[in-house]
Design a protein around this ligand. Structure first.
Ligand SMILES: [Zn+2]
Length: 472
């Protein structure tokens, strides 16, 4: 009897699988083919080698940024896409100048050197540097508690990233206001300068730069801003407990040069059935200048290029138009992302989907999506296809800074979500270098992105917002 039941159950199972089989089987075979192509003869790692080691850090407006534009354009042209072009965009140009120098002085002739780096956009100190007493605070909102003491001093923002948060980007988000707006806020209380604890969980000697803004402060009120390494931040905080009136010295030689011409680099495979439905896959071509920008965001650039190459290699002809967009100036202006969205709007283009990789080249875990309920349900139905590749995370949340300006109507935005535990060890620091990117992890990310784009292309996205509009 038992045997009989098993036999019947087995029969149902077979029938059931066969009933769903053709589409699901075709998809799982295609995805297997994509992963194999990426892992066996992927191109992403070689492209990253060139970007990182032959070109290096690619700050907006620099010669290296221009070299990266020319290199990636030439590489896209070799892929045999339907179109490759440069989209002009004006970007801010800021230079670091000579190496920064800083020390803590606890008495006459008693100094300890510490590691700092100018924040992107900061003004320089005077040529002799700035020396002043220090007020340690735990964030912008803490300034009010010291309002009578700040004038003429250096404000030291020392709130660390919260180690309890599993999503390290959330810990970063909880502190980044110190770096971005700390100088503007402290200047309003009469501070002479600001020093900001580097945004990293790791306690080491590498300062991490990043963008900052003075808001609408006039030039005369702008104060120099630098990041201090986490190790030196701990040291400075400890010394302040022993000697409140110690002095801190630093010298920055940075300079703002206004705006210069640069470009987004774009390549396209035109859709065979619905060419007017556009999908974007991208990362940002610019990087900070301390390392070579391998994780942030060389990885995202080469993974995005790889998506189109993998379609070519596996002979997949997209029904919809797929564009790789290598955005310029994510780090200190977002001009590339804004320009792409502006041109798309002016041309009345219809973007249905955009995917950004800008969270490092580490092992992919999944994606986060900005989508409505019906769209997200459609995407979640594809989750089993990713199981064999250990891709488990399909969440809702932010996607990517560069594609953010495209948000309009029924577009779905997505961000690749790699493991984020080591990302902030390297982010914006001198250790964001090629040897810290693992070839297989990078390739798995590219294959994961390609598989998602393949599914969206094949099935399209639900246009729930438009349907609602039509009903109204
Ligand atoms: Zn980035």
């Amino acid at each position: 009897m038992k045997k009989y039941i098993f036999a019947i159950f087995g029969l149902f199972l077979t029938i059931n699988l066969n009933a769903q089989a053709p589409e699901a089987k075709e998809d799982s075979l295609k995805i297997r083919e994509i992963y194999s192509a990426a892992l066996v003869h992927g191109q992403a790692y070689d492209w990253l080698d060139h970007l990182s080691n032959k070109i290096g850090g690619r700050l907006s407006g620099s010669l290296n940024a221009q070299k990266a534009v020319e290199y990636t354009k030439a590489q896209l042209e070799e892929l045999g896409l339907n179109k490759v072009w440069l989209q002009p965009v004006m970007v801010p140009k800021w230079t670091r100048g000579g190496r920064e120098h800083a020390y803590i002085q606890t008495g006459p002739g008693m100094t300890t050197e510490v590691n700092i780096t100018a924040l992107g956009g900061s003004v320089a100190t005077t040529t002799g540097g700035l020396k002043a007493n220090v007020i340690e605070v735990q964030g912008i909102e803490d300034l009010e508690n010291y309002k009578d003491e700040i004038k003429g001093k250096i404000v030291f923002y020392n709130r660390p990233m919260n180690p309890e948060l599993i999503q390290t980007f959330s810990a970063y988000g909880g502190c980044v206001d110190q770096r971005y707006s700390g100088a503007e806020a402290a200047a309003k209380y009469g501070a002479a300068g600001v020093i900001v604890r580097s945004l990293s969980h790791k306690i080491d000697e590498n300062p991490h730069t990043g963008s900052m803004s003075y808001g609408d402060l006039p030039d005369s009120k702008r104060i120099p801003a630098a990041a201090i390494s986490t190790k030196d931040a701990e040291y400075l905080s400890g010394m302040l407990k022993l000697k409140k009136d110690l002095e801190f010295y630093y010298k920055l030689s940075s300079e703002n040069h206004g705006e210069v011409q640069s470009y987004n680099v774009i390549g396209e495979i035109t859709g065979s059935e619905f060419p007017e439905e556009i999908m974007v896959v991208g990362g940002h071509l610019d990087s900070w200048d301390l390392g070579d920008g391998s994780h942030d965001d060389g990885a995202g650039v080469v993974q995005s290029m790889e998506v189109l190459r993998l379609f070519k290699e596996t002979g997949y002809k997209p029904k919809r138009t797929i564009r790789v967009v290598l955005f310029m100036n994510e780090e200190n202006g977002l001009r590339g992302g804004n320009k792409y969205a502006e041109v798309a709007e002016n041309k009345n283009e219809h973007h249905i989907f955009a995917l950004e990789s800008d969270a490092g080249g580490f092992t992919p875990r999944g994606f986060s999506f900005e989508a409505d309920d019906a769209q997200f349900a459609q995407i979640e139905s594809w989750k089993p296809l990713f199981e064999p590749y250990l891709i488990h995370y399909f969440g809702r949340g932010g996607s990517g800074a560069d594609i953010g300006p495209l948000k309009k109507g029924d577009i779905v935005l997505a961000g690749l979500r790699p493991d984020s535990q080591r990302y902030f060890d390297h982010h914006h620091a001198a250790t964001d270098t090629f040897e810290h990117v693992n070839k297989r992890e990078l390739e798995l990310g590219a294959a994961t992105m390609t598989s998602l784009i393949y599914l969206v292309d094949k099935y399209g996205m639900k246009r729930i917002n438009l349907e609602k509009d039509q009903k109204l």
